[in-house]
Design a binder for this molecule. Structure first.
Ligand code: SIN
Length: 271
């Protein structure tokens, strides 16, 4: 793919690219936004170095790609005065970290976020990488028989898996039904859309069959050949497309500190 305003260095054949030649703290031109959208469509997760984002520039950046998704379940971690921004932080006192299991962000919401932009200013060295897995590759890697079986099925996605027990008692947690195989609205490609972080059930089949099938699909998503691994440095950004990939944050750095902010971009109902 040709890009006019940015340099794009793929990390693997299926997923991930490092982007250079753009300053995300400054207003972007229409050409730069178009190139970044293309890079996201082509590589599913794109990475940037040495970007000193403040809250305003983080929001302006996200708004180039759509409005900002404010997920009800992330309320306890919102930055005061900036409800669009969620703190992502772990240190010596942490008992859990956000996003440790494979997941697609907030797939429990009726209209899950299109993508997420995570900026980390403080990172452990070494450790704290994020892994990303292509759900196009996961879909393509299924047998024809399995693809036919899954086509037309829906999964139940429930926030209680990821947020139960860490959100205030009585907080209403969203639950939604989405197709197991979704079509990406930009690329038209098919992607597997069940994830360990939120999917609790495949609907319309016996409970045991659903459990066995989900166990297989969750393991399938984690195959190394579908993945890339991003090693953070201070002031790096990862921008991923929740419609075509899953990710998992590796917590191998306790008791060290890893810290930053995430903004999510409005998406639409999966089909
Ligand atoms: C997340 O799941 O959004 C957090 C990812 C990370 O901390 O690397």
């Amino acid at each position: 793919m040709n890009y006019r305003s940015i340099e794009v260095t793929p990390l693997t054949p299926h997923i991930g690219a490092e982007i250079s030649g753009v300053d995300l703290t400054r207003p972007l031109s229409a050409g730069q936004v178009a190139d970044l959208k293309q890079a996201l469509a082509d590589h599913l997760a794109i990475f940037f170095r040495d970007q000193h984002l403040d809250f305003e520039s983080h929001k302006i950046l996200a708004n180039h790609f759509g409005g900002i998704h404010i997920a009800p379940s992330t309320a306890p971690w919102r930055v005061p005065g900036h409800p669009e921004i969620t703190t992502i932080h772990a240190d010596k006192d942490s008992t859990f970290v956000a996003g440790e299991d494979w997941h697609s962000d907030m797939s429990c919401d009726p209209e899950p976020p299109l993508g997420s932009i995570l900026y980390l200013h403080t990172v452990p060295e070494p450790g704290g990488d994020t892994v990303f897995s292509s759900m196009y590759a996961a879909y393509d890697g299924l047998s024809g028989r399995m693809k036919t079986y899954l086509e037309g099925l829906s999964g139940t996605h429930d926030a209680v898996v990821g947020f139960g027990g860490i959100t205030p008692d009585g907080m209403k947690l969203p639950r939604s039904s989405h197709p197991v195989i979704r079509t990406h609205p930009v690329t038209g490609r098919k992607a597997l859309y069940v994830n360990k972080g939120f999917t609790v059930r495949i609907e319309g089949i016996p409970k045991d069959e659903s459990a066995g099938l989900l166990a297989f699909l969750f393991q399938h998503v984690g195959r190394p050949e579908y993945q890339c691994r991003f090693h953070w440095r201070p002031h790096s950004i990862a921008f991923w497309d929740n419609r075509s990939c899953q990710h998992s944050a590796i917590w191998d750095y306790f008791p060290h500190t890893r810290s930053g902010y995430r903004v999510q971009i409005l998406g639409d109902k999966p089909y």
